[in-house]
Design a binder for this molecule. Structure first.
Ligand code: HEM
Length: 492
């Protein structure tokens, strides 16, 4: 009898769940959902391609509705509509999805990337003040110093006839800069191999990235969430090792801080926090700094990998870029013989190439999901976006949409120079609106200085003569190529 009752309850639940997912919120079409999992199986593998396909099927290519288990999800396929949601209606979409993963990383949504509607504005203001309160020159110095280090390592590798591993070295480069900027903790000789303590830090960052797959069931199924929390309490969470390290840095900073003369971003955040609210300092400052590291390292490293890969497969562009860079350095030389930010306005082709790489391979191909805190209408009232929806920007399909880009799958940096696509406001790999990427300027400076000096100093060749490096993307937390090595030939 009890068994029959249980079967009956489960059956009713499944029928209701199926009905809600497929027959409610009917003004936005999407693929059919099954009970419990919703549309998760539909988008699980190569979601960027699934969204690209769906953008040709549903709602005139503007958006589509999916169910990620219990969470109604709207994927935006159209750049104009994305602006309408993220700029015009920004106050309704400034929260993040309340998933257990974001909860645990962000200390109950108290970080910056993970911050919900209660913390976001407050933490964003603190962070912006901390960035602008520091002299930006310090960051540029740090990037230039690290670039000299890595270029000298590349020269060593090149002379010794070894191949250059792109992923590990770019990760080391980016972690060293952000650790220096945020904690004043640069790892000496990182490219030759760090010491045990430093390796622990690098491992903590990498392990967390390995773990951070997107669209996991436990993040979207309410009934599973308590088990996930209990499991993480007992066995630990992949974000714990990095947080432990950052806790140590935080304590050291607290002991030695001079509030009026902050040494680094961590000092600045602590000072700003103390000005407004001393109460939750530790539980907020640790996730904020933790998430700065997470947001910075993977995205920039991925972009560096794609840029190197594309140029390695296109020797003709390397020649063009080399000619442009060497000419400007001759025109305005400097002591270090380094391309720096003052050269940027004089290198239009290089700038366009970087833009083209970010268009074809946006490192965060779906943006970072937002959560709606109120129902609202878009597209002249045609679509209602329900409260509690997860909003995804399908950047990959938008950046390859014929509506906005000619021959969208082709690598054509020139499209960004002096033609009708060059002024396009449909290029936003760093997202748009008031909650866009905080690190956009930081990222652009780092990418420019490192990659320009790479092209200036070396010819980038594939490991085997006349071969091409595989450019099929791997879809995970970010959007990266298969790990690859290159042969760096020193230019004379
Ligand atoms: C190629 C490099 C990068 C790309 C493509 C990128 C892209 C993005 C995107 C799409 C978002 C989501 C914004 C939204 O919710 O609409 C974001 C957020 C964020 N990014 Fe980046 N990012 C990059 C580099 C960086 C760097 C270097 C830093 C740190 C210095 C950084 C820090 C952040 C932070 C803190 C947020 C959260 C902002 C907030 O929620 O208010 N990013 N980024």
């Amino acid at each position: 009898m009890i068994f029959l009752l249980i079967v009956l309850i489960i059956s009713i639940y499944l029928i209701c769940d199926y009905y809600i997912k497929n027959y409610w919120y009917k003004d936005i079409q999407g693929p059919r959902s099954i009970p419990i999992l919703g549309s998760l199986l539909h988008i699980k593998d190569d979601a960027h391609l699934v969204f690209q396909r769906d953008s040709k099927i549903y709602n005139d290519g503007k958006l589509a509705k999916y169910w990620f288990c219990d969470v109604i999800t709207i994927a935006l396929f159209d750049a104009d509509l994305t602006r309408e949601v993220f700029i015009k209606n920004h106050e309704y979409v400034n929260s993040r999805v309340k998933s257990p993963t974001l909860n645990l990383i962000g200390n109950r949504f108290r970080g910056i990337v993970t911050a919900d509607e209660n913390y976001w504005q407050f933490h964003r203001d603190i962070l912006m003040k901390s960035f602008t309160g520091r002299k930006i020159k310090t960051l540029t110095n740090s990037i230039e110093k690290e670039t000299i280090e890595i270029i000298s390592f590349m020269k060593f590798i090149s002379k010794s006839g070894q191949l250059f591993s792109t992923r590990s070295n770019f990760m080391n480069f980016n972690s060293n800069i952000i650790f220096d900027y945020v904690f004043s903790r640069r790892i000496e000789n990182i490219y030759e191999g760090a010491n045990e303590e430093q390796l622990k830090v690098l491992k903590a960052i990498r392990d967390l990235f390995e773990f951070l797959a997107l669209f996991e069931i436990q993040n979207y199924t309410k009934i599973l969430q308590p088990f996930y929390f209990i499991y993480s309490k007992i066995f630990g969470h992949p974000s714990d090792p990095l947080k432990k390290i950052i806790y140590k840095y935080y304590k050291e900073h607290c002991e030695t801080i001079d509030i009026d003369n902050p040494r680094d971003v961590l000092d600045s955040i602590i000072s700003e926090y103390r000005k407004v609210n001393g109460k939750e300092e530790e539980s907020s400052v640790i996730p904020i700094t933790n998430e700065l590291i997470l947001a910075a390292v993977e995205t920039n490293s991925t972009t560096m990998e794609w840029f190197t890969l594309e140029l390695c497969n296109r020797q003709e562009y390397q020649v063009k870029l080399y000619n442009e860079l060497s000419k400007v350095l001759k025109q305005s030389p400097n002591e270090s013989n380094l391309i720096n930010l003052s050269h940027r306005p004089l290198t239009p082709l290089f700038n366009a190439t970087l833009k083209e790489v970010l268009r074809l391979y946006p490192p965060v191909p779906f943006g970072v999901s937002r959560l709606t805190i109120k129902e609202f209408k878009i597209d002249n009232g045609r679509f209602t976006i329900p409260k509690g929806s997860q909003i995804i920007q399908s950047l990959y399909s938008m950046f390859r949409d014929e509506k906005h880009w000619s021959s969208p799958n082709e690598f054509k940096p020139e499209r960004h120079i002096n033609n009708n696509e060059s002024q396009s406001n449909n290029w936003f790999p760093y997202s748009i609106g008031v909650r866009n990427c905080v690190g956009m300027g930081f990222s652009q400076d780092e990418l420019y200085i490192l990659l320009a000096n790479l092209v200036l100093n070396f010819q980038i060749l594939p490991p085997f003569e006349n071969s091409k490096i595989n450019d099929t993307p791997i879809f995970g937390f970010s959007f990266r190529p298969n790990e690859f090595k290159v042969n760096l030939k020193l230019r004379q």
